[in-house]
Write a protein that binds this ligand. Structure first.
Ligand SMILES: [Mn+2]
Length: 318
């Protein structure tokens, strides 16, 4: 069968939703990209409900307030009262365990295939898209001011601040900014919210604990924190080539790893994360330059495995 263009496929999907009661889920701890995408789709499906799980990120909370987005907790929804679930910005149950038991109607995602275990009849997956919002913007038949505003923040927030942008990212953003009548500064406040005081302290603590080696042509930095591992990794990678930041979670006896790579890095971190998860147990994936894992190991062992695997991949590709 020839590949149907995503816009037509999505139109066909929307028609199939007529009269159905549908929930639209973000991945857990919704970020701006995920919430913006869910919001845009909810506008096309009257009577649909946006749902999230665990606490939303700060940017997503600000977006919800600004755009008046109502989101329910997915655990509070009665599956039997819905015809199914649309999932945006993920296609892995590890990032949305609450989707288990739901009938999946549609998945819209931009993550790479490692760890992808959700299946739906309609899947619009483009791993070259820097954000789910960019994918959604191309699918919509029309875009109003609020939706345009939300999608702008999603595009700016994801995609490692335009490091993985393509020409379409900028043309889409420009077009949406016109519709939203928003200036970049206003969008950035939500896409990149001011760090809390505890957050600043956590990130600086991570900086103090940085260790690094030079191997396989790359400066590889590691650190440990009790929170804000992804903010810490994003900052540390500005000075290194690669950063792995660990956060040991005592409740689940797992180490969460946030991994970031600079522009020059040829190794795909999502592959590193998934290989380390295979080795230590757990799950890993994400994007080439921004990836993560939950590993069944203490943080020092987890970091050691990340660095060794990265070096192995770098030498193989090198
Ligand atoms: Mn995203």
């Amino acid at each position: 069968m020839g590949k149907e263009n995503p816009r037509d496929a999505f139109q066909r999907f929307l028609s199939s939703c007529k009269g159905k009661k549908i929930a639209i889920a973000t991945h857990s701890r919704a970020d701006v990209d995920s919430l913006a995408s869910a919001f845009a789709i909810s506008r096309l499906l009257p009577g649909s409900v946006i749902c999230t799980s665990e606490e939303m990120g700060e940017g997503a909370r600000m977006l919800a307030e600004k755009a008046g987005i109502r989101a329910e907790d997915i655990t509070g929804l009665d599956k039997k009262k819905f015809d199914g679930l649309i999932v945006v910005d993920t296609s892995a149950y590890t990032l949305l365990p609450e989707a288990k038991g739901w009938k999946l109607l549609c998945i819209i995602d931009h993550h790479r295939s490692e760890g992808r275990d959700m299946k739906a009849e309609f899947e619009i997956v483009d791993s070259d898209a820097p954000s789910a919002s960019e994918i959604v913007a191309a699918l919509l038949p029309s875009i109003d001011k609020d939706v345009a505003f939300a999608l702008c923040t999603g595009i700016i927030a994801d995609g490692a601040r335009f490091k993985s942008a393509r020409a379409n990212t900028f043309t889409t953003l420009g077009r949406l900014m016109d519709i939203a009548k928003a200036d970049y500064h206003e969008l950035l406040e939500i896409a990149e919210p001011e760090q809390s005081q505890e957050g600043k302290i956590a990130v600086l603590t991570a900086m103090k604990r940085v260790e690094f080696i030079y191997s396989a042509g790359y400066v590889i930095a590691t650190s440990e924190v009790g929170s804000k591992e992804s903010d810490a990794a994003s900052l540390i990678v500005e000075a290194a080539d690669v950063a792995f930041v660990a956060n040991w979670k005592n409740e689940t006896k797992e180490t969460r790893i946030s991994a970031r790579a600079g522009k020059s890095v040829k190794v795909q971190l999502n592959k590193v994360m998934s290989a380390v998860a295979d080795e230590l147990g757990g799950a890993g994936g994400g994007h080439a330059k921004a990836a993560g894992a939950s590993l069944k190991a203490r943080s020092q062992d987890a970091l050691k495995a990340c660095v060794e695997t990265f070096i192995k991949f770098a030498e193989e590709s090198g």
